[in-house]
Design a protein. Structure first.
Length: 384
């Protein structure tokens, strides 16, 4: 099922508008992220040949209207919506346009404000419509505790790690002024047993952008800026598959096997496996997700994720750092830009520009998101 690119694709620019919980105008978030990515690449909007904008909330024509702030050059503009995987999907579509030879330079721009989400938890028939996402993840967490002996302390350690990674990320929504402890996480406001408010993804508004281009363009930019080439090693997407005894687990994340099969395809496309990944970003809306994705993405065996946490392997400085920018829990999860914020973080890490959260000798990075429905998207970058 793996697809090889017709030609190599490189990330040449990334940018963000800080994720915030302060009702910043979404148009400002989109413009700020787009301009930041163009400046980062040293390009003008006239150099962009196609634009995929990703957002969940807002109005039908917002993407077209917001793009006019960057320029009116006649380029194709396409709105992408794939729930939490919206930004990841927009990035993949931009990559495929360059890989297929349709354009030489493409932009993926995500923006959103999840304060505008309405109707979550209202029923239109069926259980999925009346159980809030927090309840789905809580049930998933309790099941893990029952089957594997996972404790609340493990969940709290994951969340505290992500809060502490975000302390050194100026774009993060939640920037604590002190080292957050697992005890502090446990003692925060209760959401749904076993989870508390400091274990839940921060939602608000923000923007993120990535520009991808051919090797010729990437080499010119790298030479001008003295930066390494960042190649897209894999950009894959799957949806859940019907199997014998299939259980429809609701519209939040889909069955765990979906992430496992997407990861297999991504590693095949990249030509290397989880043992070669330097850092990973995942859909960590609650710590139960990050814990399970350690296993489903192949970084340890089933049931062994708790040991990774206990040994500090998934913190910066550990064997496989996860959510180095704070993840959905602390960097935040505005929706449309979330997957592109992951690309932004990996690009900085591979360039060696991540400051106090820099992963030593980072050469590869994996970005994973799932979208309600359910879909799974994995993008892998490597320092060429």
């Amino acid at each position: 099922m793996s697809r090889k690119f017709d030609r190599d694709v490189y990330v040449v620019g990334v940018g963000m508008h800080p994720f915030r919980n302060a009702h910043v105008p979404v148009r400002e978030c989109a413009f700020g992220a787009g301009v930041a990515a163009l400046d980062d690449a040293g390009l003008s909007f006239r150099d962009i040949e196609t634009l995929y904008n990703g957002y969940i909330t807002g109005f039908l024509m917002d993407g077209i209207n917001y793009a006019k702030d960057l320029g009116m050059t006649g380029l194709p503009i396409t709105h992408v919506e794939n729930a939490s995987a919206t930004g990841s999907t927009a990035f993949r579509e931009a990559v495929l346009q360059v890989a297929g030879g349709h354009v030489d330079c493409a932009m993926a721009l995500g923006f959103d404000d999840l304060h505008k989400v309405q109707g979550v938890g209202t029923s239109r028939g069926g259980m999925e419509g009346i159980i809030l996402p927090a309840a789905f993840f809580a049930l998933w967490g309790v099941r893990r505790m029952h089957e594997r002996g996972t404790t609340i302390d493990t969940f709290a350690q994951i969340a505290a790690k992500n809060w502490n990674h975000a302390r050194f990320n100026v774009n993060a929504m939640r920037q604590a002024d002190h080292e957050v402890t697992p005890e502090e996480v446990i003692n925060s406001r209760k959401i749904a047993h076993p989870f508390t408010s400091k274990m839940a993804a921060g939602v608000g508004q923000g923007g993120a952008c990535a520009i991808v281009a051919t090797e010729k363009i990437a080499r010119r930019i790298a030479a001008e800026q003295g930066r390494p080439l960042i190649r897209v090693a894999a950009a894959v997407q799957q949806s859940e598959q019907m199997t014998d005894g299939h259980i429809f687990m609701g519209a939040v994340v889909g069955p765990p096997e979906m992430t496992r099969t997407t990861a297999r395809e991504a590693y095949e496309a990249a030509g290397f496996g989880p043992e070669d990944i330097s850092l990973a970003q995942c859909h960590d809306a609650y710590p139960i997700e990050e814990l399970l994705y350690y296993e489903l993405l192949g970084f340890c065996g089933d049931g062994e994720g708790d040991r990774l946490v206990a040994d500090g392997d998934t913190a910066i400085g550990g064997r496989i750092p996860f959510s180095t920018d704070g993840g959905l829990i602390a960097r935040g999860h505005p929706g449309g830009p979330t997957g592109l914020a992951q690309i932004h973080e990996i690009a900085l890490q591979l360039r060696g520009e991540a400051g106090r959260r820099q992963v030593e000798k980072a050469r590869t990075g994996l970005a994973h998101m799932v979208g309600a429905g359910a879909v799974s998207v994995i993008n892998i970058l490597e320092k060429a």
